[in-house]
Design a protein around this ligand. Structure first.
Ligand code: AMP
Length: 197
């Protein structure tokens, strides 16, 4: 795995543990020669990630729509900035460029990116691994909600099980390397049968 896209907060979060986790992920990328693809910002956890890699002269690729560049949140010292037209095109580009994805703590933007990749994986439009770094239980409530979605019949149990979650970056990346996409055929057949009732 050469390029990993990280989705994470444009905010720092209140607790120092979030900043420490972003730094740890960047240190892991440096040690394992992994390039970073990210939102291209110079704010929040994104800034910590990018700056830590840049200090060690590692590759950092940002993807940003012009509207965010105009708001002056772009990082001006990264290896490459890809400017796109829209937020939708940005997600598309980040997915295309990367070999895998990791979500760190973040807000709505992070959830949007995470959901996009989960949905693409479910539909097999994309077969690249997605890992959630559950820093100090930050994603526990979301994972509980996913369990609730399974219990309520809106998410297939196998897709919930296929989500990779860890609080340890090394373990998460190892798991991502062994990722096996699920077959969509049975899922589509099941949905058609269910919908007849
Ligand atoms: P959020 O989690 O709401 O802070 O949004 C962060 C995620 O959405 C990142 O992974 C970015 O790709 C994107 N994003 C949202 N706001 C910004 C911003 N001001 N600058 C750059 N990227 C952003």
């Amino acid at each position: 795995m050469v390029k990993i896209c990280v989705f994470c907060g444009s905010s720092m979060g209140f607790d120092a543990k979030y900043r420490e986790a972003a730094k740890e992920v960047a240190d892991y990328f440096v040690a394992n020669n992994i390039s970073l693809v990210y939102g291209g910002a110079s704010v929040g956890l994104m800034k910590i990630l990018a700056d830590t890699l840049l200090e060690k002269h590692k590759e950092v690729i940002g993807v940003m729509p012009q509207l965010l560049i105009d708001k002056e949140v772009a990082h001006h010292h990264i290896s490459q900035m890809i400017v796109v037209e829209s937020m939708a095109e940005r997600k598309q580009k980040m997915i295309e460029l990367s070999d895998g994805f990791i979500a760190l703590p973040g807000g709505f933007g992070t959830l949007d990116e995470l959901s996009e990749v989960m949905t693409m994986n479910q539909l097999r439009i994309n077969d690249k691994p997605l890992g959630i770094l559950n820093v100090d239980g930050y994603f526990d409530k979301l994972l509980e909600f996913f369990d609730h979605s399974v219990k309520s019949g809106f998410v297939r149990p196998e897709y919930r099980k296929n989500l990779m979650v860890s609080d340890n970056i090394a373990k998460l990346v190892t798991e991502m390397k062994n990722y096996e996409p699920l077959s969509i055929k049975k899922w589509v057949e099941d949905i058609k049968v269910e919908s007849r009732h």
